[in-house]
Design a protein around this ligand. Structure first.
Ligand code: NAP
Length: 243
């Protein structure tokens, strides 16, 4: 039996995992929710770097690795690429296309946290929607700013920051209400792609607000690439049962 290791942590990965029977494996870093209703095996936690992943692939007799991690989970993607080359196992990747600016958008790219801080310096009420990273900088908030940080972590915030622990999808009405309540004057985002979290971009557009977009990291080439879960699922079905 050809055994698949699916590297997950995204909605696309979960959609693929829902179609995978045992003994295939769905792997999660262990930061978010762990689905309890999958037919395939679920493993949690890192592999221990490239060597650990090579060992896992060999011991578990994995015949194909599918990297469906988030486009900003670059370390895991690099490790998968290296490990598959060493273990001589094919690697596929599911990578959501990046959002593209539309007429009326005012996007300003930042390469890293420092670039983000520079680009929001002139604003007062940034909304951060790029995960946990702002939490490490709550003590550095300038007196002129009040931050709203939406991420998947319960955190008390401080007198200069409100942390909202919320998981997408987010719709237009909800995003408009958040922008109103928080007085948002600039949005800080990853370019995650996909539908679940794009409403904030539409609200920024309709209000003429800038979006500081953290640049996507460089990701290694995979043997096959898929834009979405459905095409990856179809290819997997054919690969598992070519008859
Ligand atoms: P990362 O920086 O690329 O990876 C850090 C380490 O976490 C990896 O070296 C690996 O540990 C472990 N890891 C990551 N994904 C794993 C997986 N699917 N299964 C087993 N171990 C995994 O990743 P990250 O940005 O922290 O993201 C962690 C997880 O959250 C990923 O599953 C990703 O898909 C998901 N996620 C990330 C973002 C984001 O913006 N970065 C957003 C939404 C969801 P070892 O080296 O020990 O193997």
């Amino acid at each position: 039996m050809k055994r698949v290791l699916l590297l997950g942590g995204t909605g696309d990965a979960l959609a693929i995992a829902r179609n995978l029977p045992a003994p295939h494996v769905y792997s999660l870093a262990g930061l978010g929710r762990v689905p309890a209703d999958l037919a395939c095996s679920v493993r949690i936690g890192g592999f221990g770097g490239i060597d650990g992943l090579v060992g896992y692939v060999r011991e578990e007799e994995i015949a194909l690795v599918v990297d469906a991690t988030h486009p900003y989970a670059a370390q895991m993607s690099r490790h998968a690429h290296e490990a598959c080359a060493i273990a001589r196992v094919p690697l596929w990747a599911v990578r959501r296309p990046a959002w593209q600016p539309q007429p009326g958008d005012d996007w300003r790219e930042a390469a890293d946290w420092r670039g983000i801080v520079e680009r929001i310096a002139a604003f007062r009420r940034p909304l951060f929607t790029l995960g946990r990273e702002p939490l490490a900088h709550l003590d550095e908030i300038p007196a002129s700013q009040y931050w709203t940080v939406r991420c998947l972590e319960a955190h008390p915030g401080n007198e200069r920051a409100n942390v909202i622990d919320a998981r997408g999808p987010f719709d237009l009405a909800g995003e408009r209400a958040l922008f109103d309540a928080a007085g948002v004057d600039v949005v800080v985002s990853k370019n995650s792609g996909g539908r679940a979290t794009e409403a904030k971009l539409a609200v920024a557009r309709e209000r003429g607000l800038p979006v500081v977009m953290l640049a996507r990291p460089e990701l290694p080439e995979a043997g096959r690439n898929f834009d979405d879960a459905a095409s990856a699922r179809d290819a997997l079905e054919r690969w598992l049962d070519p008859t």
